[in-house]
Design a protein around this ligand. Sequence first.
Ligand SMILES: [Zn+2]
Length: 305
Amino acid sequence: MKKVLFILLSIFALTAFAKKKFRKRCSLTSSIKPKCYHKRDAPILNISLIYYGNESDMNIEHLEKIEGLLKERFSKATQQELTLNIQHKAIVPFKHKIPEGYTYNNIEDKKRLQRIWYYDNVGWKINLEMYEEYKRLYPEQTKTIDVLLTITGAQFDALGLANGRVSTTEYPQEIAWNLPNGGRVNYPTDYELVDELIHELGHNMFIGHATSQCQKISYNAQVATYSSNEERMEGIRLARERTKACCEASPSKNDVMSYCRNRSNVDENFMHGFESCNLGMIKKLVIPAMLKGRRWNVAGRVSCR
Ligand SMILES: [Zn+2]
């Protein structure tokens, strides 16, 4: 009898522990923007890495190569303060198949058409679609991961997108498909993909863009009113020069969260990481929030210049 009671108590204690560890409101099952982190014993970010798209565009072997590089570069980016645990990987096919007879600008390649169809019909809502699909297919994984990190063939015409704890980058990229010749397809290298994925993981940890004061100069010039086209061209040219000078003077210019960073430098030997300002926030705010199971929207963040 005592033994039965002991077993029952143990089960109760374990369930209570599991509940405490995986609170629903901290989980992606409840929302794309869970309010808090699951409590953990070590500074580890738990993610699922998925490819969402045509199965012939990415196979599991390729995804495994990206996984290895991402794990290695993410810990370097955080100077080993935070490591990645990729708890699940999968290739998830598109939810929508293109309608029969769908054409675009004389493009005949069905795979291209499928990727382009997504631009016109889903666009920036792609993260939401992937989140819903993932949750439906892998409900158990969804309970425990911090981030659903994806690579997709769906086009949304940006380098990457983050919504709450879900983010994505394009692979492959369709370029200028509305030009008379139908444009072309670009295949980013694994190094480029990983650079963008680390940037998006930064957003998934509630970190904003670094050096936004520099990008603001260009933005303001774009939206300003000019009396002539010449004046506009000159205004934009000057702003570009000022942005460049601003970037050069910024301590966070090489931060993976900065638009000042030179993406074309990223290769086998070179990568961008979090520079001291963002690294300080990861150490002082983000990691403690993870360890204590506190708010995802950490207080006290600064904008790194
Ligand atoms: Zn960004």
